[in-house]
Ligand binder design. Sequence first.
Ligand code: DGL
Length: 261
Amino acid sequence: MNAPIGVFDSGVGGLSVLREIRQLLPHANLLYVADSGHVPYGEKPPEVIRERSLRIAEFLIGQGARALVLACNTATAAAVNELRGTFDMPIVGMEPAVKPAAAATRNGKVGVLATTGTLQSAKFAALLDRFARDVEVLTQPCPGLVECVEQGDLQGPQVRVLLQRYLQPLLQAECDTLILGCTHYPFLKPVLRELLPADIQLVDTGEAVARQLQARLGENAQLPLGGNGVVRFWSSGDTQQMARVLPVLWGSEGEVESLPV
Ligand code: DGL
C-alpha cells in the first residue's frame, strides 16, 4: 500500500520535518504544501490559520493523501483538533519539545523559541502544565526569522541580528537547553551553533514526528513498501522562489506547482 502522505506548513519550514520523514520512510510518496502566500502564520489569528489548514487538508486529500502531517507548530496549535474532527485518517501534529527539554536540562532552565501564535496558544499552556512543572521555562517569540528562512537566508546579517536579539534574554537567564519550537528554525542550527556557547543543547521534534507518523501508519496497515517514493511540491506563494530555495532546504531541485486553494 503506497497512498501518499500529505504534509504542510505555512511555508518552507516544514521541509525540516519532510526530510526526517523521507529518511525514515524512503518508500513513501509525499505531497508537500507550502502556504507561502500566507506566511507567516505566527502573527495571524487562529481562525485564519484554521481556515487555511482545512483548505489545504482538503486539497491534499483530493490529491490522494491518506494521512496528514501538520509540519507546523503554529497550525497544530490552532487547527489540529478541528482537522481530527473533520477527517478520518491518521493526522500527526507537532508541538514544542517541552518534555524532552525538561528531561535534558541540567540546571532546570529551558528557553523556547517559537512563534507568537504557538506561545499564546492553549495547547502550549497545557504542554507546560503537563511537562514543565519542575523546570523554569522562558519563552521568546521570534518575529522576522521565518521570513529570512523563506528567502533561503540562513546565516546572513539580518538573521544574525535577529537571533542575537532573541537569544540574549535566554542566555542572560542561563538557559542551558533551547527548544526550536517552529519548523523553520532547525535550518538555523549552523548559525545558532556559531552564536551559542558549546554546552547549550538544542532540541526539536522533526525526528520524533517522523517516528510517530511511522507508528500511526503501521497501526493502520499503511506502511509504504518498496520502490522509491515520489515527492511533489506545491506553494500558494511564489513557486519560482520556492524552487530556488529547494536545493538549500531540501537538498535537491524539484518542480513546484501552484497551489490552487
Ligand atoms: N513553521 C511554523 C511553525 O512551526 C510557522 C511559522 C510561521 O509561519 O509563522 O510554527
